[in-house]
Design a protein around this ligand. Structure first.
Ligand SMILES: *[C@@H]1O[C@H](CO)[C@@H](O)[C@H](O)[C@H]1NC(C)=O
Ligand SMILES: *[C@@H]1O[C@H](CO)[C@@H](O)[C@H](O)[C@H]1NC(C)=O
Ligand SMILES: *[C@@H]1O[C@H](CO)[C@@H](O)[C@H](O)[C@H]1NC(C)=O
Length: 396
């Protein structure tokens, strides 16, 4: 059913045409988005061991304490690293604005919030490569976990002077966590606990889609053959401007396509924000997509060694030594409950499963609702902040 919809959309999408004018939030940088709200914002540069330069965004204090004390130095506070998903950025956690997006709620609850940017998005450069070099794009979430996260965690510890921080990831931001722990288990010592939203390690359910794109259409190879070095948002942006009609989601094939992938949820679909969120989508490397494809095709949480059709070499989830909380959307079609339960069983066997449960009471909560459901503030993020407090107080 889902797959059929995807196919239909691919074939039919080109017949729809309606231009869309976007609000300025679509084009603003993350620091400017935050600045416009009045919250304090800092930018920090991190260089990874293999030469990528990543920009982190920090909201060191909530709006009240920032105004009252003017003291933006958050020494001794509880710090949390927040990590985005595939084709995302630090913007995922601010785009819905104060009162709704997680960053602002965490900052107001007293957290020193550090927003990660993983290599590949617009907040990335490299000491010697530029974005037109093929080598720049030779990475997947393996390198995000092995190099980017350790560098960013060390940065947070260095700037704050703290011994340990909290970790929170959405989707690929959870894959990177498990990858890091497998490859760099010493980072257990630097984290208090990990909160995983839409945890993405086992993806057997995505096998039909991976098979369609990677084997039947051979899409990554075909596009590589066309000289495209990565999947660029330009494609998505021109679709949005010329093809999609997100204001009429019931009749829009782009929405249907997205819902087929992430789970259908018209009620929590924010018509004002969806085009903005989608316009802000970031590039992905082919290897990132192929690595996820390998997880889907094999059904295992494996490294990319030997390539898409190389041998299965599972990441070692037993290396996770800190408490992990797994929250899933009950209508998430991408990271589905049965696959998450497999991960939960492994974590439980190792004695590190804090909890596994539906993210919230809304039964249609899907993969993207975690960041841009219409009511993401009240429905999900406010209770989430309380839960993070609970976990922090239990283990810090
Ligand atoms: C942070 O890094 C700098 C430069 O490497 C170092 O001199 C300093 O001692 C570090 N601070 C902490 C708190 O680790
Ligand atoms: C996909 O394309 C690559 C490169 O063009 C080619 O070597 C490979 O055989 C193709 N695979 C399939 C399944 O068609
Ligand atoms: C995985 O990690 C655990 C604990 O860290 C270790 O005992 C085990 O030998 C590792 N397994 C593999 C296959 O490396």
């Amino acid at each position: 059913m889902g797959l059929l919809k995807v196919l239909c959309c691919l074939l039919l999408v080109s017949v729809y045409c309606e231009a869309e004018v976007l609000r300025k939030e679509a084009y603003m940088t993350v620091p400017n988005l935050i600045k416009a709200t009045g919250y304090p914002i800092e930018k920090h540069r991190v260089t990874t061991a293999d030469g990528y330069i990543l920009q982190m965004h920090r909201i060191p204090a909530g709006i009240r304490s920032a105004r009252r004390t003017g003291d933006l130095v958050a020494k001794g506070k509880r710090a949390i690293l927040v990590v985005h998903g595939l084709m995302g950025s630090s913007g995922d956690f601010v785009i819905m604005g104060p009162g709704r997006s997680l960053t602002y709620l965490l900052a107001d609850a007293g957290y020193d919030v550090w927003l990660a940017n993983l290599r590949g998005n617009m907040y990335t450069s490299h000491v010697s490569l530029n974005r037109n070099d093929k080598k720049f794009w030779e990475y997947s979430f393996h390198e995000h976990g092995k190099y980017d996260l350790p560098a960013m965690i060390d940065k947070v510890l260095n700037v704050t002077g703290l011994d340990k921080i909290m970790y929170l990831g959405h989707s690929m931001g959870t894959t990177t966590f498990f990858t890091m722990m497998s490859q760099r288990p010493e980072y257990n010592e630097k984290l208090i606990a990990s909160v995983a939203l839409a945890p993405s390690a086992y993806l057997k359910n995505v096998k039909p889609i991976a098979n369609l794109f990677l084997n039947v259409l051979n899409l990554t190879n075909v596009l590589k053959g066309q000289g495209m070095m990565s999947l660029q948002p330009v494609l998505m942006q021109s679709m949005l401007a010329n093809v999609c009609n997100l204001k009429q989601p019931e009749r829009d094939l782009c929405t249907t396509f997205i819902f087929a992938l992430v789970g259908e949820d018209y009620e929590q679909y924010d018509m004002d924000m969806a085009p903005i969120y989608l316009y802000r989508i970031q590039p992905a490397s082919w290897r990132q997509l192929e690595h996820y494809g390998k997880l889907a095709l094999t059904g295992e949480f494996t490294t990319f060694s030997g390539g898409l059709y190389g041998p299965i070499k599972p990441y070692n989830i037993s290396n996770v030594k800190i408490p992990v909380s797994l929250l899933y959307g009950e209508n998430d079609q991408l990271t589905v409950k049965p696959q998450i339960m497999r991960l939960a069983d492994e974590l439980k066997a190792n004695g590190v499963l804090e909890e596994v449960r539906p993210a919230c009471s809304w039964p249609k909560f899907n993969h993207l609702d975690f960041v841009f459901a219409k009511d993401v503030g009240t429905l999900f993020n406010q209770p989430l902040v309380k839960n993070i407090d609970r976990i922090y107080n239990k283990y810090a």
